[in-house]
Design a protein around this ligand. Structure first.
Ligand code: CU
Ligand code: CU
Ligand code: CU
Length: 354
């Protein structure tokens, strides 16, 4: 219709339409201001059957809320520390062009945010991809075993054809826990300390959740190494097209069946869901799957719509949370999104005071 009007219309109509098109393109590409509030709270979360961990939780949850913005957006985050120890937030993957004091490194770019204090970070999302945020104070404790991490997804201004084909995003943050220190704030994470619980999005199988798909879906798995060890993520029954490393699009994506997600790293793979059934997606490090002699750790199952579940299926009848991997939140456009599934319990003394 627009082409027809341009062909037939008078010169002034053509100029007007051109202006309208230019303005609408400009508003689509314009960097938006985004402003968010985060608190850091002391709560306890249930990671595995019989295993709870005391954590420093962003907005009371682990993982922290999904922050979803667009490349070029101007981001402001106000952080309030409601805990008993100091923290910061490092925006891992953001280059802090001209904003180095928002890099979140204690005693290098800022004084750590003390208990009861607030701090405001301000930066531009200069790089697209699967980024994340985490505390930078005593990272061996706060990040490795206290859950101080969350996903930061920056959509590219110019997505690749492969990215455009995606119908569902699945965010998987793998990490480590140390049960001897689970209830002891300020302790743990020393070289001699050994992690003994492992999880995806802070839940160990069977407390984790399935990924529900239908034939024809194209799923983008965004895998994060949020803990202290490498997680070898292996998907059964499907080829994973390795497409992005640390947010950067590979010039030549290639197929893999196991992805080594080490501390700090992000691997994105794109998978065509073309093989209906129930397929496990698991960490291949054997020790990560042994929770006190029971199968556990970073495990999910790809469940196809329409595939009947047998009574012996481990997750037969399980209550389903469609946003466990932030798949629903990722469809909602830009903003900050929490999930009640991830919210921990405040300590008893605090609850009494409320
Ligand atoms: Cu911290
Ligand atoms: Cu980092
Ligand atoms: Cu296997």
């Amino acid at each position: 219709m627009i082409q027809g009007l341009l062909r037939r219309g008078s010169c002034s109509t053509r100029i007007l339409l051109g202006l309208v098109l230019a303005v609408s393109c400009w508003s689509q590409a314009r960097a938006e201001p985004r402003e968010f509030n985060l608190t850091i709270d002391e709560v306890t979360i249930n990671v595995a059957p019989g295993f709870n961990a005391s954590v420093f939780a962003f907005n009371g949850q682990v993982p922290g809320p999904l922050i979803h913005v667009r490349e070029g957006d101007d981001v402001t985050v106000h952080v309030t520390n409601n805990t008993t120890l100091p923290h910061t937030i490092h925006w891992h993957g953001v280059d802090q062009l001209g904003t180095w004091k928002s890099d979140g490194v204690p005693d290098i770019t800022q004084k750590a945010i003390q208990p009861g204090e607030e701090f405001t970070y301000h930066w531009v999302a200069n790089r697209p991809g699967s980024l994340w945020y985490h505390c930078h104070v005593n990272v061996w404790e706060h990040v490795a075993i206290r859950g101080m991490w969350g996903p930061l997804v920056v959509d590219p201004k110019n997505p690749t054809a492969l990215e455009k084909s995606v119908t569902k995003d699945v965010i998987m943050m793998m990490n480590t826990w140390e049960s001897p220190y689970a209830g002891m704030y300020g302790k743990g994470g020393a070289p001699a300390d050994v992690a003994d619980y492992f999880s995806v999005n802070a839940k160990s199988f069977p407390l984790s959740q399935p990924v529900r798909v239908k034939k024809g879906d194209v799923v983008r798995f965004r895998m994060y190494g949020a803990g202290d060890e490498v997680h070898e993520m292996h998907l059964h029954g499907h080829d994973q097209l390795f497409s992005h490393k640390d947010g950067y699009a590979l010039s030549s994506p290639y197929y893999v069946d196991t992805v080594p997600v080490g501390p700090g790293e992000r691997y994105d793979t794109i998978v065509k869901m073309n093989n209906p059934g129930l397929f496990i997606f698991h960490d291949h490090v054997d020790r990560h799957l042994n929770m006190g002699g029971m199968l556990g750790g970073p495990i999910t199952v790809i469940e196809y719509e329409g595939v009947a579940e047998d009574s012996w299926y481990a997750w037969n009848g399980k209550k389903f949370d469609p946003d466990f991997f932030y798949s629903e939140s990722m469809k909602k456009g830009y903003g900050m999104f929490g999930n009640v599934t991830f919210i921990g319990n405040a300590p008893k003394s605090e609850r009494r005071g409320r």
